[in-house]
Ligand binder design. Structure first.
Ligand SMILES: [Zn+2]
Length: 232
């Protein structure tokens, strides 16, 4: 069990005792692309620690397309609201890229947090990182161009799912980046013409990581640095 738990980096930050306490009675579940893990306003029954999938956190405004409010993979937890004492969230969590995650009962997590100060400290540090990452992504939307944002977002997704094969449609990318589909198509075409990626219907593959890194805005490195700095 220990080996599998380390596939989620956040679980790997917990002490062995905390990890075993948290995962007692929990199981690894398979998550299908497009599945809903959290719905706005609904009580959170389970939280998830992804091991090889990417979960998009989406904010919705009535009458507007959904907008990305975070991307969670093997570095984090889906259901952070529970860690912060809330019963529900205003966000929607959708499986962007299929894979697996540890599914933990929310009531059990609350019990663990009330019992273990070290677990609470670790998960609060992660909440802090998520807050800073969200601020970074807001600044990114305001100041960085679409091409560099797309490169950044593809790299972040790749790191979270640990694969160069990314099942992404242009419609989904359009939602994630908050721009029109035509803009995403143009930006993706430019990355493809540079041989950094290739794609065909709903399937995108990273071919040249170094090339993408050179094309990405500084937010890619900033995102990784935030995690490294605050998650010891
Ligand atoms: Zn940026």
């Amino acid at each position: 069990m220990v080996h599998r738990t380390l596939e989620n980096r956040l679980l790997g930050k917990l002490s062995l005792a905390d990890r075993e306490f948290l995962l007692a009675g929990s199981e690894v579940v398979a998550l299908s692309a497009g599945g809903t893990l959290l719905s706005p306003g609904a009580p959170i029954a389970h939280v998830y620690f992804p091991t090889d999938c990417a979960i998009a956190m989406l904010a919705t405004i009535r009458g507007q397309p959904r907008t990305e409010a975070g991307l969670v993979g093997r570095e984090g937890i889906v259901g952070l609201s529970v860690v912060l004492g809330a019963e529900s969230t205003s966000l929607c969590a959708i499986v962007q890229s299929a894979g697996h995650a540890w599914q933990v009962d929310a009531a059990h997590l609350r019990h663990c947090l009330a019992t273990s100060p070290t677990m609470r400290d670790c998960l609060h540090s992660y909440a802090h990182v998520r807050l800073l990452q969200l601020a970074q992504s807001l600044a990114c939307r305001s100041f960085h161009g679409l091409d560099e944002r797309l490169a950044c977002w593809l790299l972040m997704t790749r790191d979270r799912v640990r694969s160069n094969e990314l099942p992404l449609t242009h419609d989904f990318l359009s939602d994630m980046l908050g721009v029109r589909r035509a803009g995403v198509t143009l930006a993706a075409t430019r990355l493809r013409e540079s041989n950094f990626i290739r794609y065909s219907r709903g399937h995108l593959e990273v071919l040249d990581t170094a090339g993408l890194e050179a094309s990405a805005c500084a937010c890619y490195v900033a995102d990784k640095r935030l995690y490294a700095r605050f998650m010891h």
